[in-house]
Design a protein around this ligand. Structure first.
Ligand SMILES: [Cu+2]
Length: 166
């Protein structure tokens, strides 16, 4: 449970497509797309949700790596559904923002995945390499709940946080 790389994240995306999971009552959000994919191959996704732009406040989280360690500042934040969170690369990159599909609330998973631009994998942002690079995630339409996240390259160094959506 504690060790997951990109390969495992991709594997989880495949598994979730098979309908596995502890919830008996599947909602349509987690079903396979009803229409065949067209043209360009989309990034891996958990469902058929489309991006919902944020309409609320912007919350800044810094991504820091220095002699005190690797961390998000602040690591734990509370926002409202419809807000957005902007991650800013400060030092010690590359950093990213990844939500573990296994710990992401089922009710908000497909929407959150749809709201993330340029994903490397399901629920996983691109790498931010340079100081002041930013990555914004809209929580538009994302269901309330606790969304733990981590930095993939620095997961073992405990670079983690939690976004609580109210
Ligand atoms: Cu990092």
């Amino acid at each position: 449970m504690r060790f997951y790389g990109l390969a495992l994240l991709a594997g989880a995306a495949v598994l979730s497509a098979c309908g596995g999971g502890e919830k008996k009552a599947d909602t349509t959000a987690t079903e396979a797309p009803a229409t065949p994919a067209t043209g360009a191959a989309p990034a891996p996704t958990t469902g058929t949700a489309t991006k919902v732009e944020a309409t609320g406040a912007d919350h800044e989280v810094k991504m820091v790596g220095d002699d005190k360690g690797y961390r998000f500042e602040p690591a734990d934040i509370t926002i409202k559904s419809g807000d957005k969170v902007t991650f800013t690369m400060v030092t010690g990159g590359p950093h990213n923002v990844a939500f573990d599909p296994n710990t992401t609330p089922a009710a908000g998973k497909a929407q959150l995945d749809a709201n993330m631009d340029g994903k490397l994998a399901e629920l996983s942002s691109p790498m931010l390499q340079n100081p002041n690079e930013k990555y914004t995630i809209s929580f538009g339409g994302v269901a309330p709940g606790q969304y733990p996240f981590h930095c993939t390259p620095h997961l073992a160094m405990n670079m983690k946080g939690t976004i609580t959506v109210q």
